[in-house]
Design a protein around this ligand. Sequence first.
Ligand SMILES: Cc1cc2nc3c(=O)[nH]c(=O)nc-3n(C[C@H](O)[C@H](O)[C@H](O)COP(=O)(O)O)c2cc1C
Length: 177
Amino acid sequence: MTIPPGADALEQTVDKQTLRDGMAHVASAVNIVTTRGADGPYGSTASAVCSVADTPPTVLVCVNRATQSYSVIVRSGVLCINTIGPDDKALAMSFAGGTKDMAARFAGGAWGSAVTGSPVLDSAAVAFDCRRAGLHSLGTHDVLFATVVSLRRRDEASGLVCWRRSFHSLADGKDER
Ligand SMILES: Cc1cc2nc3c(=O)[nH]c(=O)nc-3n(C[C@H](O)[C@H](O)[C@H](O)COP(=O)(O)O)c2cc1C
């Protein structure tokens, strides 16, 4: 059998750490994804959030199925993606596993209830209140597609990104085009 040029490359993958180290160079917003469970609110920090379409208004979030929140989001069918600013860095780390207890996580911030009933963070730069629209499982994670049913925005809020494993506040100055 003749192996066409490049066939080896099709089989080859990079290891987990190489992928993680590469993705650390991709700056991303930091979000606290919340939902409501029968026994109270749930949430976890996620940077894998992306816009999909504006018609219908759709976003996606990639959630590890091992997180406490995953099965609760699937069961409730609702979620709120709270994009945080620099004042909520500690809260993001708490929702990233720094605090395991959900009540203690939520005690670290001020929350209201979005249209879907999901917790919405008062200090969020923007919050996308969503209904689950679809799901695609791949490896350890599910890509959850979600229809945005309501949105709250605080235009005075500063931006925050995670880049090379540290949080960076976004200054007001714009780069030259
Ligand atoms: C900056 C940052 C971004 C993260 N992004 C994601 C993500 O997009 N998807 C995900 O499943 N986990 C992500 N995590 C990890 C989860 O927040 C963490 O595994 C989870 O909240 C801890 O598990 P628990 O909620 O079950 O206690 C991220 C963590 C950090 C610190």
